[in-house]
Design a protein around this ligand. Structure first.
Ligand SMILES: [Zn+2]
Ligand SMILES: [Zn+2]
Length: 155
């Protein structure tokens, strides 16, 4: 972990809180589902569904994917695109948020100020679309990776 950066989402999400949110939304806490939630919470950086499938050989692929969908639908997971364009998930407290992602090490800083709100209002007015979502990821090099890059000789 990088001590110089705040943790991914300020307050780490506990297993109990995650399970509570699921029950509040009416989802049954089957044992495989619980196992997937536990595995998800171990990730402080973005991870892919296939990564989780590989970590949980005892759980079926369909259950992993379904549970990730459920966690995303209750906002415990946010879908984001990695610098390489591949979709990934990042865990956090429920609520609308965006992410700053280090393209070298994958460390994530969440921010809740949504810079897209005004644009969404304007687009709704101008196009009469019923807009129901948007994605915004910001990529860069975290302070640690910036100093590592300085030390790496050019090849
Ligand atoms: Zn980094
Ligand atoms: Zn937003």
């Amino acid at each position: 972990m990088n001590a110089r950066l705040p943790s991914a989402n300020g307050h780490p999400l506990t297993l109990q809180r995650a399970l509570d949110v699921l029950t509040e939304h009416g989802y049954r806490l089957t044992s495989p589902r619980r196992t997937v939630v536990e595995a998800v919470l171990r990730h402080s950086r973005p991870f892919t569904a296939e990564q989780l499938v590989a970590e949980l050989p005892a759980i079926g692929r369909a259950t992993v994917y379904r549970t990730l969908e459920i966690l995303a639908s209750v906002d415990l997971l946010t879908r984001l695109l990695q610098p390489d364009g591949h979709p990934a998930y990042v865990v956090g407290q429920p609520g609308h948020r965006h992410h700053l992602v280090c393209s070298a090490c994958g460390v994530v800083v969440a921010f809740t100020r949504c810079p897209v709100e005004d644009l969404v209002r304007e687009l709704t007015r101008d196009t009469e679309f019923a807009i129901h979502g948007h994605h915004l990821e910001v990529f860069g090099l975290c302070p640690t990776c910036q100093s590592t890059t300085h030390l790496t000789p050019p090849n």
